[in-house]
Ligand binder design. Sequence first.
Ligand SMILES: Cc1cc2nc3c(=O)[nH]c(=O)nc-3n(C[C@H](O)[C@H](O)[C@H](O)COP(=O)(O)O)c2cc1C
Length: 146
Amino acid sequence: MWHGLDQIPAYSEDVHPAPLPVIAFRQAFAQADAVLFATPEYNASIPGALKNALDWVSRPFDTNPLCEKPVAVVSAIQGVFGAIWAQAELRKVLRTIGAQVNERELVIPRAQQAFSANGTLRDPEVATALRTIVHELLDATCRQAA
Ligand SMILES: Cc1cc2nc3c(=O)[nH]c(=O)nc-3n(C[C@H](O)[C@H](O)[C@H](O)COP(=O)(O)O)c2cc1C
């Protein structure tokens, strides 16, 4: 789990060395075998803070820690469309950065009803779909290690 998004300043190519929160964010990716992104949708796209943080991670491009990294994207939102546009946008950004993107979609609309009080998904089919994505991430990680 990453909790430092609000510490990341606006991207600037002119800032050297990168701010400490950015270095920590890059290291978190570098140390992860795979990454599961869960995003809400802002104005039919991904939240600006997330895009900004990924812009930092993407440079220098040749050594960016997301290159070839197995990643997947899910979203939960209170509206009815389940943040499907945000997912598509985030996959596009991650592909551009060079990540190995799992194309399976998992959108969870009406998130306020989708989870029980302890945070588990109420719908077993949705829970299975999420498990499938996590297993596929794990498989991709094992293939890379082999
Ligand atoms: C600036 C802003 C823009 C938003 N735009 C959308 C949108 O385009 N589509 C949508 O379904 N919800 C939109 N929302 C609703 C958010 O996705 C909703 O607040 C989110 O589910 C809450 O997630 P959180 O509890 O993790 O903050 C927007 C919210 C904000 C604050």
